[in-house]
Design a protein around this ligand. Structure first.
Ligand code: NAP
Length: 554
């Protein structure tokens, strides 16, 4: 059955490439939609009983159960978003019981809890943006809205008994490793100890609020995209949006024609891939609920597309790059006004920045209520934004869709080893990890979504799930060893970072643009090989020779 899904995915990819290279620009988006709908129909029409082998687990649980003769280690996970929930599910399934999740917010969901701006949605196909152990037939559309993803994560947390493990409103202020334990301090003077500390705070949680002169003088609301007040009625409001990344594009499309006006302050144009957001029928949801095997096929189908076509384009597959480039160029050609099209045409290679997915952005930018401003932002005054040419753009609300401090990773947790370096000091020349999940010098610290994780337009859920499988194997190895702590050897981490950096040279991210994939030194700190290689590395698990197992210092 999985082979059949792969066959259809391959067919889709090759046919799609062929179609994108031929045909008129206006027809291409529709062709894509038709093709996808056609293949999906084929998937849905395949009767399960004819191909009926049960699906193998997509991410095998290649870890052992906790040995009941051993003391339960106290495990603290920071963050109840995608990573924290997935990690806790894995640990509970293996019989670990002393698990605490510390969450600074009052609800689970992480990034999907915090981001409630208009139009918030995931631009990874919903059938793939889920855990392989909890597929969801109920998604309403190709790109699930934020509230559905929030509800999905809440559902996973409830179903697998994770919710009672979460301590909400618990913000971590520091984590210090001393005498075989992590001492974790929280706001309000609270504290707890752990044997194992797992950071699941990800990389999209520290807002980047730009240093625009006069920002504090604005008379209306000036909010980062993560701070949008969902009760705000945009009607009769003049709204300014700074930025043109994935968040801004969704916000602009959601507000076009609904607010009195929307001014989009663009510093750099983006490549925009016109992927249609198909709405899913009740009939489809019923069929998928009835035949979970079909859900598995769709998961495999989209995994093959994202990891194959997409994942190889960014690391040097020029044929795959051409598929995306020609679709984006065709999308640009739908803009009627030549001057507007010129302003929206990037001058750097496609996918150098994270590709924006939207089949509505260019249409909505041409709505009479929307104005693209390409003059640089000069300053903020009480009435609005003054651009470098001296023009005042009057605003009631200013949305800073200016992204995140993506290289902070888990630094806000103030992690350190007593008598040793802090993570901040260790990473002063750039964040590093060993195989994306552990950090040399920091015993019993595991990281989800840390340096050298696969990010970009891939599924964070899938990346996280793979990392948790690796971490489970490390925890198994730690228990087997009888040692108190495990930590990557410095030379292993240096070798891994050198491997990542040697492959970075082939990536599109170093082709001459600025993006959040690069740190302040211009270094790529995300996984630089193919997603398939990431999957294999995570599922292979740790080579124990790369780790030191530390005895108790008591
Ligand atoms: P982003 O991609 O980092 O975009 C930030 C935007 O703000 C850029 O256009 C940037 O311009 C602009 N900007 C930053 N500082 C500025 C300044 N001082 N003046 C003017 N413009 C400024 O941030 P994002 O859109 O929030 O997206 C971040 C990531 O979140 C995404 O890449 C994605 O991984 C995730 N996300 C995902 C989804 C999804 O659907 N899955 C949706 C939203 C976000 P420059 O390009 O010139 O730097």
């Amino acid at each position: 059955m999985v082979a059949e899904a792969r066959r259809l995915a391959d067919l889709w990819i090759s046919t799609e490439m062929e179609r994108l290279r031929s045909g008129g620009p206006e027809e291409r988006a529709q062709e894509l939609a038709d093709l996808q709908a056609g293949i999906e129909r084929q998937l849905l029409e395949l009767p399960p009983e004819e191909t009926g082998d049960p699906l193998p687990p997509m991410i095998p649980a290649a870890f052992k159960a906790h040995d009941p003769r051993r003391k339960q280690p106290a495990i603290v996970i920071v963050g109840a978003g995608v990573g924290g929930i997935c990690m806790a599910v894995r640990l509970r399934q293996a019989g670990f019981t002393d698990i605490t999740i510390l969450e600074k917010a009052g609800e689970p969901g992480g990034t999907w809890h915090h981001n409630r701006y208009p139009g918030v949605a995931c631009d990874v196909s919903s059938y793939y943006y889920c855990f392989s152990f909890h597929l969801n037939p109920g998604w309403s559309q190709m790109f699930a809205p934020g509230d559905e993803i929030r509800a999905y994560l809440q559902g996973v947390a409830d179903t697998y008994g994770i919710t009672p493990l979460i301590r909400f409103d618990s913000e971590v202020t520091s984590c210090t490793y001393e005498q075989d334990h992590w001492h974790i301090r929280l706001t309000g003077g609270r504290a707890l100890d752990a044997d194992i500390l797992i950071s699941a705070v990800g990389f999209l949680h520290v807002p980047h609020r730009p240093d625009i002169p006069g920002l504090d003088t604005f008379h209306g609301q000036a909010v980062h995209s993560t701070q949008w007040d969902p009760s705000l009625d945009p009607k009769e409001l003049k709204i300014g949006v700074v930025g043109t990344g994935s968040s801004a594009v969704q916000i602009v499309s959601a507000l076009a024609g609904k607010a009195e006006s929307v001014s989009v302050f663009q510093r750099t144009p983006q490549w925009v891939f016109p992927y249609p957001n198909e709405h899913y029928s009740e009939r489809r949801k019923q069929v998928l609920s009835r035949y979970p095997e079909l859900m598995g096929r769709l998961f495999e189908f989209f995994a093959a597309w994202y990891n194959g076509e997409f994942g190889t384009a960014v690391v040097g597959n020029q044929d795959a790059q051409e598929v995306f480039r020609s679709a984006c160029v065709a999308n640009l050609e739908t803009i009627r006004d030549e001057e507007l099209r010129r302003k929206l045409t990037p001058d750097y290679p496609i996918m150098c920045k994270r590709l924006v997915f939207s089949s509505t952005y260019y249409r909505d930018l041409q709505d009479p209520s929307v104005h693209l401003v390409t003059e640089p932002v000069g300053k903020v005054v009480p009435e609005g934004i003054v651009t470098a040419d001296g023009a005042l753009h009057e605003l009631d609300v200013l949305v800073l869709a200016t992204g995140f401090k993506t290289h902070a990773f888990c630094r806000p947790l103030n992690i350190s080893v007593a008598g040793g370096p802090s993570l901040e000091e260790s990473w002063k020349d750039g964040a590093a990890s060993f195989e994306s999940v552990a950090v040399s010098g920091f015993p019993n610290l595991f990281v989800l979504g840390g340096p050298y994780s696969t990010v970009g337009n891939l599924s964070t859920m899938s990346c996280t799930e793979l990392q948790t499988a690796y971490i489970m194997r490390l925890i198994n190895a730690l228990e087997d060893s009888g040692a108190d702590a495990v930590v990557p050897r410095a030379e292993a981490q240096q070798r891994f970072v050198a491997e990542m950096q040697s492959h970075a040279r082939d990536t599109i991210w170093l082709s001459g643009c600025k993006s959040w994939y690069l740190d302040a030194n211009g270094t790529v700190t995300i996984w630089t090989r193919t997603p398939q290689e990431f999957r294999e590395r995570m599922l292979r698990g740790p080579d124990l020779a790369d780790f030191a197992f530390l005895p108790s210092c008591a």
